[in-house]
Design a protein around this ligand. Sequence first.
Ligand code: PEP
Length: 248
Amino acid sequence: MAVIAGNWKMHMAPEEARTFFSAFEIDEMMADNEVLIFPPAISLLAAYKCENRDPRVQLGIQNVHWENSGAFTGEISAEMAASAGASYALVGHSERRQLFGETDEQVALKVAAVLRQDLIPVICVGETLEEREAGRVSEVILTQLDLALASIPDPEIRFLIAYEPVWAIGTGKTATPKDAAGAHGTLRNRLEQAIGVTAAARTEILYGGSVKPSNATELLAAQDVDGVLVGGASVNPQSFAEITRAAG
Ligand code: PEP
């Protein structure tokens, strides 16, 4: 079983989301895989209510504020996202960290807020090119992981990790299956220490960064890769469907 997740980023207005679901089909043989879409917040409810959406496609929110409500103009809470049909929440996506200054501490608060609403967090970690070239991949991703894990009080709680090397996001450069397996192995070891071997084994670690139909099969076959988080290639129903088929 694999998790195939699509992050639509700031694409796909409500009408485009409806058009996507009319064209997106999951093969019957794919039934064991989990398919998630993270629309922009304004399209979440339209996606949730869209009668053409295969009910096996679950929805998530791309970002939340850590408070339930309040004077935070422009923000959206996990509570609101849950009431608009989200079951999952991306937390700490590198675009949030890099472009909007989101810190590890805020990521931890957001993980806690998401769990309060019984949403499943997908915690994103990943190193920049500079950090990779300085040989700091493990240090960076483990620090990000540790700070987020501090908000998960019980090993029984389900959460997912997305390893997304920043240099591979939206750039067309993809980590090799060996690079992905190495980072995923590092994350899995830390999960084993933090939440135990059994919980660590069932925690899905997704790879993200320029995944497309042409490279999805080899990435999904890599050791410790339990799924993919797809940005650019997820807004096209045919290419995203092809990626779901690569999960076998
Ligand atoms: C992402 O947004 O999480 C992502 C991996 O984007 P892309 O597939 O476009 O690199």
